[in-house]
Design a protein around this ligand. Structure first.
Ligand SMILES: Nc1ncnc2c1ncn2[C@@H]1O[C@H](COP(=O)(O)OP(=O)(O)OP(=O)(O)O)[C@@H](O)[C@H]1O
Ligand SMILES: [Mg+2]
Length: 237
């Protein structure tokens, strides 16, 4: 690895019980960049993010983050060292208000006392300011996605793992989210590992991509080499 890489996975295997899902995954995320993982339903994309986060154990292989081996760290420690996870389906707490949901993200900081950079969050997602007191469960899918991102941003992450942010949301909000993700990288130097099946969304954003198939990386390349036609072909097999 080089100091340019924030996350490096080598030959990572993971399983649910006896059922192996990741069969030796290799990939890297460069600091301050957006790396996208594409691939059909059920190939192991979410499993990979959960494995990075420590929600599923690494059964073989290595994971390093900022040069440290992290494969055996529990999820709360990973959160404290700056890995933020936005799960597929967003997992907003429906009975808490928007503000309370955002505050939950602070818990990842542990004893580190940080002021909630509320104004910064609202500058990125103005709708959350208007809906501050609304219940999370009453937001649209797109607004919940913005809330899920806000909740992770207050934990001050260096790396965000983002699982299918555009699933079930309107194109106009997807566009807004894409702009926020780009500015997080460019202006704050945050690195993003994005799982995304929408090729158009991914290709406008990503610096580097991987295409995953049955628990392994099948293709990879920088954005110039990303050929939507080829990806579509693989997605349709
Ligand atoms: N909790 C679980 N226990 C056992 N098997 C699981 C569990 N969760 C997922 N799987 C299986 O692991 C495989 C990979 O699932 P995963 O959710 O990682 O795929 P994915 O690429 O994220 O799919 P999608 O695009 O639909 O989100 C699938 O065969 C799935 O059925
Ligand atoms: Mg998934």
């Amino acid at each position: 690895m080089t100091t340019e890489d924030i996350l490096v996975a080598k030959d990572v295997m993971a399983a649910y019980g006896q059922s192996t899902i990741l069969w030796g995954v290799d990939f890297k995320v460069k600091k301050g960049s957006i790396t996208t993982i594409m691939g059909r339903n059920g190939v192991g994309k979410t499993t990979l993010l959960k494995t990075i986060m420590g929600l599923i154990p690494v059964s073989k292989g290595t994971l390093s983050y900022k040069g440290e081996q992290i494969a055996t760290l529990p999820p709360y420690k990973k959160a404290r060292i700056g890995i933020g996870y936005v799960p597929q389906g967003r997992e907003i707490i429906p009975k808490l208000t928007v503000f309370e949901n955002i505050k939950l993200g602070m818990e990842a900081l542990g004893s580190k006392k940080a002021k909630l950079p509320e104004e910064e969050i609202y500058a990125l997602f103005p709708i959350l300011k208007d809906f501050r007191k609304r219940l999370g469960g009453n937001l649209s899918g797109g607004q919940q996605q913005q809330l899920a991102l806000a909740r992770i941003l207050v934990s001050d992450p260096s790396l965000i793992l983002l699982d299918e942010p555009t699933e079930g949301i309107q194109p106009s909000i997807a566009f807004e989210i894409a702009n926020v993700l780009k500015s997080l990288c460019k202006e704050k130097g945050i690195s993003i590992l994005l799982v995304e099946q929408k090729i158009d969304f991914a290709s406008q954003l990503t610096d580097y991509y991987y295409f995953m198939d049955r628990g392994k990386m099948l293709l990879e390349g920088d954005k110039e080499s990303l050929d939507p036609q080829e990806i579509r072909k693989h997605l349709s097999v």
